[in-house]
Every structure is written in C-alpha cells, then in structure tokens.
Design a protein around this ligand. Structure first.
Ligand SMILES: Cc1cc2nc3c(=O)[nH]c(=O)nc-3n(C[C@H](O)[C@H](O)[C@H](O)COP(=O)(O)O)c2cc1C
Ligand code: SF4
Ligand code: SF4
Length: 158
C-alpha cells in the first residue's frame, strides 16, 4: 500500500483525471490516506475476503467516524491534503526526505509480536528482549511502522 499511495500521489500531481486508489486497504484510515494522496475513489477487495462481507460495511461506516474524530466534515475536505503538504514543503526548500528516517520504538507499547522483524527485508530489526533497529541497515521504508499492531513505532518527517 505505501508503494501504491506514492503512485497515486505522483499521478495526481501529473494529470487532472479521476484516480482509483486500490491495494492493501483494510481500514477507514487507509481509505482516507488514499483520498489524501489524491484518489477520487478507493477500491477494496482482499479485506472482505479475509474478514467476511460485513467488513466492507464496517469499513465504510468507520470513514465518517474517523473524519469526525479528526475534525473533518467530508472526504472532499481531505482530498489532496498530502499534495498540498508536499507543495508546502517544496515552497520551504524541502522537496524530499533524502535521509532514511529510522523508526523510533516506544517500548512501553511494544508487545514483542515480531511482525516488524518479519517484514523488514533489509534485516534491520533484531528482537531479543526488545526491538532493536540498526541505523546502518535501515532504509526508512516505513513498512514496519505501517504494520505494527500497537502503533509502537513511529517516524518523524519534520
Ligand atoms: C480473490 C480475488 C479475485 C480478484 N478478481 C478480480 C477480477 O476478477 N478482476 C479485477 O479486475 N481484479 C480482481 N482482483 C483484484 C482486486 O480488484 C484488487 O485490485 C486487488 O485485490 C488489490 O486490492 P486489495 O488489496 O484491496 O485486495 C481480485 C483480487 C482477489 C484477491
Ligand atoms: S511490530 Fe510493533 S508490537 Fe510488534 S514487535 Fe515490532 S514494535 Fe513491537
Ligand atoms: S523502516 Fe523499513 S528498512 Fe527500516 S527497519 Fe522498518 S522495515 Fe526495516
């Protein structure tokens, strides 16, 4: 999903056409991320296959809850916010994050599930008694942060 999100944002910055964001959506937050990146519509498939048909209904119902919780009134209000943020950064001379942002771990929230260790294709994470990330190996891809079930990992993009 992070890869397709980037593609959606790049397409939205390049052409003025409706874009359907598809791939990896399993929550209302994911839908909102695609819309923020410029998607007009969002597609979901596997989530309902894995969790049952009712998962589609809950996901749709949760969209307005997540919007409300963040003070947004509609998807139209968040559409393209990421593109605006990128434009703001560009105006301040920050066009891209060029150094890997090694994730920070809040060990108090970590349940040692080891999912981050399993998904890191760069072998940057080793878990013994706690999560340890090698700054030399980490590419800052953010995959571990996106799959952590307790949001114990974070990255800062100033
Ligand atoms: C079991 C299954 C069957 C699918 N069948 C089709 C299909 O017939 N036509 C199509 O265009 N895409 C099909 N897809 C692709 C989905 O529409 C979607 O593009 C893809 O699964 C990525 O989104 P997701 O991460 O929400 O699953 C299928 C996907 C799955 C998992
Ligand atoms: S995925 Fe999150 S909860 Fe699981 S071990 Fe890694 S930091 Fe801890
Ligand atoms: S950000 Fe990417 S490269 Fe760095 S530890 Fe996480 S999964 Fe590995």
């Amino acid at each position: 999903m992070p890869i397709v999100l980037r593609m959606v944002a790049e397409i939205a910055m390049t052409v003025d056409l409706p874009i359907i964001g598809v791939g990896g959506v399993s929550s209302a937050e994911d839908v909102i991320k695609y819309v923020m990146a410029g998607a007009s519509l969002v597609g979901v498939c596997t989530h309902g296959h894995m969790k049952g048909l009712g998962a589609y209904t809950s996901l749709i119902e949760n969209i307005s809850k997540v919007l409300d919780a963040n003070g947004w009134s509609s998807l139209d209000e968040v559409r393209g916010l990421t593109l605006k943020r990128i434009a703001e950064r560009a105006a301040n001379g920050k066009t891209a994050v060029v150094e890997p942002q090694v994730p920070l771990v809040n060990h108090g929230d970590c349940i040692l599930c080891k999912k981050c260790e399993q998904v890191c294709v760069y072998d940057a994470i080793v878990i013994e008694d706690k999560v340890q990330i090698s700054a030399d190996r980490c590419y800052g891809c953010g995959l571990c942060v996106s799959i952590c079930p307790t949001d114990a990992m974070s990255q800062s993009y100033y």
